[in-house]
Design a protein around this ligand. Sequence first.
Ligand code: ZN
Length: 289
Amino acid sequence: MVCRSHLHYKSMQYIDVHTHANLSAFAEDYAEVVERAQKAGVAMINVGTQQDTSKRAVELLDEFSEGVYATVGLHPIHTSASFHDEDELGDEGETFTSRGEVFDHSYYKELATHPKVVAIGECGLDYYRNPTDEEKKRQLEAFEAQIALANELDKPLMLHLRSGKGGNAYQDALAILKDQAKVRGDSHFFAGSPEDAKEFWDMGYSTSFTGVITFADDYAEVVREAPKNLIHTETDAPYVAPVPHRGKRNEPAFVVEVVKKMAEIRSLEQDELAEQLRSNAEEMFGIRV
Ligand SMILES: [Zn+2]
């Protein structure tokens, strides 16, 4: 029997808590991408954005026995007709993005029963492109439905919140979560204010940071102030590659660059921070990487 060397790692040193090896950008070489991550000691959570990408994230669980987890859910921009991103859904995605999706509880519940589905999402509110009242209503309905599923299955939420012309998505989400959520969650790609962040931390929610911190210092204060047990690193690959890979397709192995920069911002040794981040992810997502 062939035993690949990466299977002998006792555990992974790093974790990319929000990535998308399940998207079209990786259709041709996802196996190499996962393998490169494993060789770099990086475990990953592949995040679903609608029905097809959620299903694909779950399929990957059966293909890789270690270091790969999934979330299933409906991204707020996919609740209405949306911009078509070839890297996300490929050519065929065009028909999908022209209509949007209504959250189907039983479809997602069935996917979410897989023991390695560790959260519901990415779900939340996206006000970046100034959604209409009708679009906001659809986002809200899908968000509330996913909070209900997370409550039912006792799994945390993977939150996508993006403020913009349509308002402060963080403040709106906080009000909804305080009212409805019985679980915790992670505010992915955190880009809110230090005050917004503090409200999440006070509720036991975590914030995660991408490669953006390697080339912009807008979030240095939040990264520095986050409680040590409520912070994570992620890539959001294939998007926003960190320095020194900027401009290229991002991939989970590059999360090491985010850890390196976070260690610098928080004045910690990289290994010490990596150990803390691993334990944070294990705690939030109920896994052992
Ligand atoms: Zn994402």
